[in-house]
Design a protein around this ligand. Sequence first.
Ligand SMILES: Nc1nc2c(ncn2[C@@H]2O[C@H](COP(=O)(O)OP(=O)(O)O)[C@@H](O)[C@H]2O)c(=O)[nH]1
Ligand SMILES: [Mg+2]
Length: 608
Amino acid sequence: MNHVRNFCIISHVDHGKSTLADRFLEVTHTIEKRKMREQVLDSMDLERERGITIKMQPVRMKYGEYQLNLIDTPGHIDFSYEVSRALTAVEGAILLVDATQGVQAQTLTTLRSAREHGLVIIPVISKIDSPLAQVEDTKLQLSKLLGVSADTVLTCSGRTGEGVEDLLKAVIERVPPPKLPQKKVLGSASPQPDYFSGQVLAGTQALIFDFQYSDHQGVIVYLRMFAGSVKKGDALEFVMSGRRFSALEVGTFSPTPKVAALLNAGEIGYIVTGIKEPGFARVGDTIRTAKSATPPLPGYGEPRPVVWASIYPESQDDFTALRQALGRLRLSDSSLSFEEESSGILGRGFRCGMLGMLHLEIVTERLRREAHLRLVVTTPSIEYEVETKDGKRVSVYSAPQFPEHGIIAKVWEPFVEVEILLPADYLGNTVTLLFEHEAETLSTENFSEGRIKLTVVMPLRELMRNFFDKIKSATSGYASVSYQMRELRLADVARLDILVADELVPAFSRIVAKHRVDEEAVAAMEKLYGILPRQMFSTKIQGQALGRIVSSRTLSAMSKNVTQHMYGGDITRKMKLREKQKKGKVKMKERGKVNIPEEVFLKMVKGE
Ligand SMILES: Nc1nc2c(ncn2[C@@H]2O[C@H](COP(=O)(O)OP(=O)(O)O)[C@@H](O)[C@H]2O)c(=O)[nH]1
Ligand SMILES: [Mg+2]
């Protein structure tokens, strides 16, 4: 009998995964009471500040004679690549649904991928302590969704601990132990390798599902053992890159790293490699005994970036530091992609692909904090494919690179399939909003008592036009949304430029639907008019698209005397200011440059 159980907790964001994990850790005495804190597995500062889980976090617990390996996962869609990798390391999943919210869009998405991985699903209702909990109703929703009887749905509260121990018992009963490799029978033909099925193998075979980097230990590999075992000193290799290393330490998560003598087939743990340079290994690669012929496990597809932004060091002296920081960050965030690029004004930097706006925010914040870098981040953009009239097809990752109107033959843009769950009462508002965002409805289903599930396809460009916020406000916060990237389709879009004092400001350029060019141009112009400080001279603000000026407005000059607001005070300071003002005026006229403060850039780029 095998005493190992590997499982993860999946759900819509905020349904109580990390809090339930806390109670598991308590019940199993994995963490001492005095070291316990809320959502203890959210160990990054950023996770704690924002109250969200960004990274999956494995932890090993002992319960009776059982070894339970749990992986807590993030719920936000921008971190779904973390979830999909966690699913390959386990045999079962607790599908958690908040009793005060019911089944939400991300519940459906994570359930679908858990099923694709062939996992045993344990349906669980959380937050039953809440006065707003609708336990029976949620039970019905969940049992219908899974096609199981309502009495197989369990209930718990991460706050009071009610039902938590029964959940662990259910994990032990319902989740199968890992399949182990069969013993080789002499003279038998070697069977085909089969993922998760247990194979006939001589050596060690482990799937890399995550990394961590430490200055002192180098690359630390998070893995799920499929065959054989590893211990300190073993000679191992990465299958794809062929890179060899000796295991400096092996261990498990408690949730902090804890040295172990051995990691056996079926278990989850880590290996310290001591390798300091990044770039030799990817998640989804297999680790095997060095010089063995053990076949690789099926890996992961590369995630497809949703938004792109360029990240430059404020000072070019930090370029190498930024490259190193990105390399290290990518080890612990394998959904990040980056490539070197250079720009005339900003120098050398990196074009980075991310899974959404929250992901972009987290990446830049982590670079700033963990590597202490000062950065310039350009306006995020989605990817377009442009065919120019000379027959060349190029990928465009930022609006300023979008070719001039006159030379474009065709443009393609990514579409997304979006699932929306909402109360039927808000259908009218939602349909209007969907129309405004060029969405085409694929299906409308009654989902549960008074709720509807809409499936639509729309341009990613329209999803990025604040669709999430808008649908939340159109439905008093009740709608939940999940989406998936689909194919590229022909697009009817144009680049909208903003000119300030007749000069194009690349950071303000963006790609908009052709039929919205006028509207967008006026909106951008008015917005800038409202936030741009007055200059020494009157300043024209214009929108330009499709080869013509589509909007124009003039900001009058600032009042003549900059010392007016100073009462009394130091006369020499006033003189200095006047001197400065004079010089400034001359300089500005010479260059015709307008001084656009950093916060104006930020305000223009953010929101609408
Ligand atoms: N009343 C109540 N609130 C809970 C419970 N579990 C979690 N919460 C709250 O729900 C919010 C989200 O919890 P968290 O564990 O971070 O959710 P996650 O995003 O799924 O990991 C937090 O404010 C928790 O305090 C519960 O069982 N009862
Ligand atoms: Mg969490």
